[in-house]
Design a protein around this ligand. Structure first.
Ligand code: SF4
Length: 323
């Protein structure tokens, strides 16, 4: 498995979205409407105004690498180069950087700049013969080359010939994504006869395409490694694991970390002249924030459950109850 995938599965990768601009026009593009075509930057869903925002978020998430995505990151080459250099400078040479692109805007000059900035892995989404040319060029450089395409029902033969071709070129890894359904691509998918699966998260039949392709690779005896990334994996493992790392590194003394969420209790009307209470609560405006054990002692309080973002994103509030 490519290094970038291993770190991502462990929740140890931050996602750096460097631009929503892209010259390709994939019918299955999952980029949200508020980002598509717009030159905006986000790190882990947080809007970025300054490069130091990226460093802070990566540090808070205790990430061991970033995945640079878009849009097509190569359309903002200088920005990407600046981020790669900065992240390598701050977090060290072992900090892993991979970048997604269709490669249609890749040149030897741009690749040289990215590799000397510290790029570790190039992920090429093959959309045309120009993408394959980019793969060929990248194989000449000291960077891991991975091809990452969605598993689209009806495209089985295309994927087989692509994998054969990549194998003959010397590519070591192919990553097949389960084709995701999003608000922004649903109409386009349905127009092409594709249907959302029962989860509503992915396209029906996409998983079967990937599994059959992997079986075919095994039977064919090809040396290339093909990995399947299910859509549910992001929600069920990768995202909660990243949040769990962030929760541990940003935990406030009154918070309890439970996987990818934090909990605390809010109590009203406590008497801060009580020395014990004063030491146990934090006053925030007219609210008092405290560890859950305070509610156990007092017998009341409102439990707050939140994502460990900055500021905390509250998911749920409920009255504390002994049972
Ligand atoms: S290359 Fe990526 S960002 Fe561009 S249109 Fe295709 S899926 Fe969307």
């Amino acid at each position: 498995m490519p290094t970038g995938c291993g770190l991502c599965m462990a929740g140890a990768k931050s996602v750096l979205f460097v631009t929503g601009v892209c010259r390709d026009n994939c019918f299955y593009c999952p980029v949200s409407r508020d980002r598509r075509g717009r030159d905006v930057v986000y790190v882990n869903e947080v809007p970025v105004g300054d490069p130091k925002d990226v460093v802070e978020e990566v540090a808070a998430s205790m990430s061991e690498g970033v995945g640079i995505t878009g849009g097509d990151p190569l359309l903002t080459l200088e920005r990407v180069e600046e981020y790669v250099k900065l992240l390598k400078e701050v977090f060290g040479s072992r900090f892993h950087v991979h970048l997604y692109t269709t490669g249609t805007a890749l040149s030897r000059g741009s690749l040289e700049r990215l590799v000397s900035a510290g790029l570790d892995e190039l992920r090429v989404h093959v959309v045309s013969s120009r993408s394959l040319d980019a793969v060929g060029v990248a194989l000449e450089y000291p960077v891991d080359v991975v091809v990452e395409n969605p598993a689209i029902p009806g495209r089985e033969e295309f994927l087989k010939s692509l994998v054969k071709r990549l194998d003959s070129m010397g590519v070591r890894y192919v990553n097949l994504n389960e084709l995701e359904v999003s608000e922004s691509n649903l109409d386009s998918l349905v127009l092409r006869g594709l249907r959302p699966s029962s989860s509503g998260r992915s396209v029906e039949g996409s998983r079967d395409v990937a599994v059959k392709l992997i079986e075919w690779v095994e039977e064919s005896g090809l040396g290339i490694s093909v990995h399947y990334c299910p859509a549910v994996y992001k929600d069920a493992y990768q995202y909660p694991r990243r949040l769990a790392r962030r929760a541990l590194s940003t935990r406030r003394f009154f918070e309890v970390v439970d996987g990818g969420v934090v909990r605390w209790v809010e109590v009203g009307g406590v008497d801060l002249r009580d020395v014990w209470l004063a030491g146990a609560v934090v006053r925030l405006g007219d609210r008092y924030l405290a560890p859950l054990r305070l509610a156990e002692v007092l017998g009341f309080g409102t439990v707050v459950e939140a994502l460990p973002t900055t500021p905390r994103r509250v998911l749920n509030e409920y009255s504390w109850c002994r049972h």
